[in-house]
Write a protein that binds this ligand. Structure first.
Ligand code: HEM
Length: 362
């Protein structure tokens, strides 16, 4: 695994990894919106009071939160399926060992979903501010809990078999690792630039259709994006030193270097775009497109580095030849045309629904 992805990998493995990563990026974009968006809403309720409530970004986030959560959940299914093909035993074993803890994400998602609708509702006159603040924090807490669960599961899944056995024998429901909190924090802060770009496109589109002004929320949104890029870059740097020596070598070695540079370049492009938007004080499609191109580069760089680390880690435990042989066997099962058919069908249906809703007068 010295060559940069995908060279050096057998075709079925490379193909499953590409499908996994592409579908995961879609999930991550919506998940970032939900996680960073609910944190922004909660912070707005705590510090901003009425002014924050009427702020265009908060109003938009409140309005879209339930839809974006549905999109994050739906978009999580495809990478979940590819993940199981890629890392059969590793993924299932971690799931089973964390079973009760893991299943708790379902009530948390249901609760977060309905509380998100309550947040949209106008509070009854005379109702205290405390209740709204508690509601905003509860929505964020539900999503943060789900994010924590995924990080916990990921970290357990890349451990060697002896560690799973120890975990099972100990009877623990939680998996504690020194990497857990820093990794969760990295996912959290990295969500803000994505959320700022998505909100930027939405507000720009609203302005373009005469339903708002292209300046709505532009300064606050680009400032959030700018701060998100800077803080996540600094935290990623710190996180690098928490990785194992082997993982650090992969990231800075020939297999990871190209993608590390891509990830840094993507972050730098986003920074330039947010700075320009902040200076202009209006959403502009050119700068938003540049920022989005930077985001895609950053997603590709970071995603590939993450998978390269996972493959090299698993090489030391299960061994890559066994994984490659399993991927080759799965590839022969021939479900791919069915996947492509349903992908096209569902994308078409979603585009149709979004078009219909956008045409509604309000
Ligand atoms: C509010 C809801 C959600 C949040 C905040 C969230 C958050 C996250 C986070 C933080 C990760 C990164 C884990 C890591 O690599 O350390 C992740 C990965 C992932 N999520 Fe989500 N998630 C949500 C819902 C879902 C749902 C409902 C599904 C499935 C239907 C899903 C599928 C996935 C998959 C397959 C991965 C990749 C896991 C891995 O590579 O180990 N997510 N999610």
């Amino acid at each position: 695994m010295d060559a940069p992805f995908p060279s050096g990998l057998p075709f079925p493995t490379a193909a499953y990894l590409v499908l996994y990563l592409v579908t995961l990026w879609v999930h991550i974009a919506f998940m970032n919106y939900v996680l960073a968006g609910s944190a922004t809403l909660a912070a707005g309720l705590v510090v901003g009071g009425r002014a924050a409530k009427e702020h265009p970004i908060c109003a938009l986030l409140r309005d879209w939160m339930p839809f974006m959560l549905s999109a994050a959940i739906t978009a999580g299914i495809a990478p979940l399926l590819f993940l199981q093909v890629l890392y059969k035993e590793q993924f299932y074993t971690a799931n089973l060992l964390l079973f009760f803890r893991w299943m708790a994400i379902l009530p948390a998602l249901i609760l977060g979903f309905y509380l998100g609708y309550l947040l949209k509702k106008e509070p009854a006159p005379g109702r205290g501010r405390g209740g709204r603040i508690a509601l905003g924090i509860a929505v964020f807490a539900c999503f943060a809990f789900v994010g924590w669960s995924w990080v916990e599961n990921h970290l357990l899944s890349v451990q060697p078999e002896e560690c799973w056995k120890e975990h099972y024998v100990s009877g623990a429901h939680l998996y504690a690792s020194p990497e857990l909190l820093p990794r969760l924090l990295l996912w959290f802060v990295a969500g803000f630039p994505t959320m700022a770009l998505m909100v930027g496109w939405q507000l720009w589109d609203r302005g373009r259709r005469g339903k708002g002004d292209p300046a709505d929320g532009a300064r606050a949104g680009s400032a959030i994006g700018l701060a998100g890029v800077v803080v996540s870059a600094l935290w990623a740097w710190r996180y690098f030193y928490l990785l194992s020596d082997a993982a650090q070598k992969i990231v800075s070695g020939p297999a990871g270097r190209l993608y590390l540079l891509l990830s840094i370049a993507g972050g730098a492009i986003e920074l330039v775009a947010f700075a320009a938007l902040l200076r202009r004080g209006r959403w502009s499609p050119g700068w938003l497109a540049l920022g989005s191109a930077g985001l895609v580069a950053n997603f590709v760089g970071t995603g590939v580095m993450n998978e390269t680390i996972r493959l090299v880690t698993l090489d030391g435990t299960v061994g890559l030849p066994l994984l490659f042989a399993r991927h080759a066997a799965s590839w022969k099962v021939a479900g791919f045309p069915v996947f492509l058919f349903f992908l096209a069908l569902n994308v078409g249906l979603m585009a149709f629904c979004v078009r219909r809703v956008r045409r509604l007068p309000n």
